[in-house]
Ligand binder design. Structure first.
Ligand code: PLP
Length: 451
């Protein structure tokens, strides 16, 4: 698939209204609740159905070509059908896809992760980021003998009960006693008792973070931190918050768990190196699987020994039928090999260029909007007020109506963002793609805000 040449609105490319996709959605509704296997991939009236992908382009089943900035929720670093991954998969698939035995592929991927990120000295693979953060939390409990964890208000870490706490709290229920963030269970699938083992921290309020950690520290097994959490604005935490967490972890023997399921793409040795953190446990996922299902928990050998099963029952059990399957391992290996330091730096610079172009465009158009993010990640906000945390980007009436419109308008321009108008870059992208994204986003945001 070659690149499109147009950068102007192209109504004939009305991707979300393709008849093939409309029919596919109608068919799905008979066997899938809501017609979609993942809530995150659905948006009204219905998404286009993908037929194939190559590099940073997708073709849907109606033949529309779409520049992919969603990258399957930031899990594809080289885009689609990355030739070395396709070749490695072809080579391996004919020799068996899963064994009740270890393979050398799993050791090779663990070594590749350790070699680039020395803090990931020992590694255990699983099948998703959700499992990775869950196993890291269990490891922290096993290491400390304590039940509770702390996490940031609004931060998404996957679908484990404790980590969903205060993922969806709002103005009606987010204030707890004394003005601290309340621990609010996510939905009716979570037992209410879970909230008592979760302490919720305010991302951008270091003094309050320090006070809460001082009070709750003795019962905490771990603090879970994503240093660029999208739901809390996709902005880094203030240094004071990092200092408060580091001090509390040292004082009370709390495990620092960095969730780098997305963040691993931000630096060659992982996001924790950007912020000078020395996590006890690191949750990985997404790009390390080369486009296949994956998760991993990693950390210094003495911490990871909590999973060691060779001296009787391990302190924390870890398994998984498809964990470390050879397909994921070989795809992950060639993917990380090609995402070397120059590639990471180039992609991060491309992200800086994109954000700068968009900010300049918004300023020239005189509209109150901004782009947060870091490296190859970005997210649109329809305000010029500072975005600092979950509350500062909690959707107001304008965002609730305008963000979905901008998302669809971008799709009409042949560019796929996530439904909340965040996105990620992939290595096949270059200046031409940055130009397409920036031009379309500034024009469509301006148009929607004026309507
Ligand atoms: C920061 C973070 N942690 C964990 C997860 C869960 O990963 P998965 O969807 O692979 O279970 C996600 C998913 O988007 C994530 O963004």
């Amino acid at each position: 698939m070659s690149s499109p040449v147009t950068t102007s609105a192209n109504p004939s490319n009305a991707t979300q209204f393709g008849m093939g996709s409309a029919r596919a959605f109608e068919r799905a509704k008979h066997v899938v609740p809501g017609g979609s296997m993942r809530s995150a991939t659905w948006f009204a009236p219905h998404p286009p159905y993908a037929a194939r992908g190559e590099g940073c382009w997708i073709e849907d089943i109606d033949g529309h070509r779409i520049l992919d900035c969603a990258n399957n929720f930031f899990s594809l670093i080289h885009g689609h059908a990355f030739p070395p991954a396709v070749e490695a998969l072809r080579d391996v698939i004919g020799r068996g896809t899963a064994f009740g035995l270890p393979t050398e592929y799993e050791t090779a991927l663990a070594e590749a992760i350790r070699d680039r990120a020395p803090r990931c000295e020992h590694v255990r693979f699983c099948n998703s980021g959700t499992e990775a953060v869950m196993f890291a939390v269990k490891a922290a409990r096993g290491l400390t003998g304590r039940p509770a964890i702390a996490k940031m208000e609004g931060a998404y870490h996957g679908a484990y009960d404790h980590l969903e706490v205060s993922l969806g709290s709002g103005p009606a229920n987010w204030d707890g006693p004394g003005g601290d963030p309340a621990a609010v269970v996510y939905d009716r699938g979570t037992p209410p008792g879970v909230a008592s083992d979760v302490v919720v921290l305010p991302y951008a309020d270091p003094e309050r973070c320090a006070a809460i950690l001082e009070r709750e520290g003795p019962r905490l097994a771990g603090v879970v931190l994503d240093t660029l959490t999208s739901k809390a604005g996709m902005v880094p935490p203030p240094q004071g918050t990092l200092d408060a967490i580091r001090d509390a972890c040292r004082r009370y023997g709390i495990m620092l768990i960095c969730d780098e399921v997305i963040g691993f793409r931000l630096a060659h040795a992982g996001a924790h190196t950007v912020f000078g953190l020395e996590p006890d446990l690191i949750a990985l996922g997404k790009i390390i699987g080369g486009g296949l299902p994956v998760g991993a928990v990693a950390g210094p050998a003495d911490r990871m020994a909590v999973f060691d099963h060779t001296h009787g029952a391990p302190a924390v059990a870890h398994g998984g039928t498809f964990s470390a399957n050879p397909l994921t391992m070989v795809a992950g290996l060639v993917t990380l090999e090609a995402f070397d330091k120059p590639a990471v730096d180039r992609l991060n610079r491309l992200g800086d260029t994109l954000r700068a172009r968009i900010h300049a465009g918004f300023a020239a158009a005189g509209i109150a909007a901004q782009m947060t993010g870091y490296g190859s990640l970005f997210r649109l906000h329809l305000t010029s007020a500072p975005i600092t945390d979950y509350r500062s980007c909690y959707p107001d009436a304008l965002a609730k109506t305008a963000i979905p419109k901008i998302h669809l308008a971008m799709l009409d321009r042949g560019i796929l963002l996530t439904p909340n108008c965040s996105g990620s870059l992939s290595t096949p992208m270059g200046a031409a793609e940055i130009d397409l994204i920036a031009t379309a986003l500034v024009e469509e945001t301006t148009r929607v805000l004026a309507s």
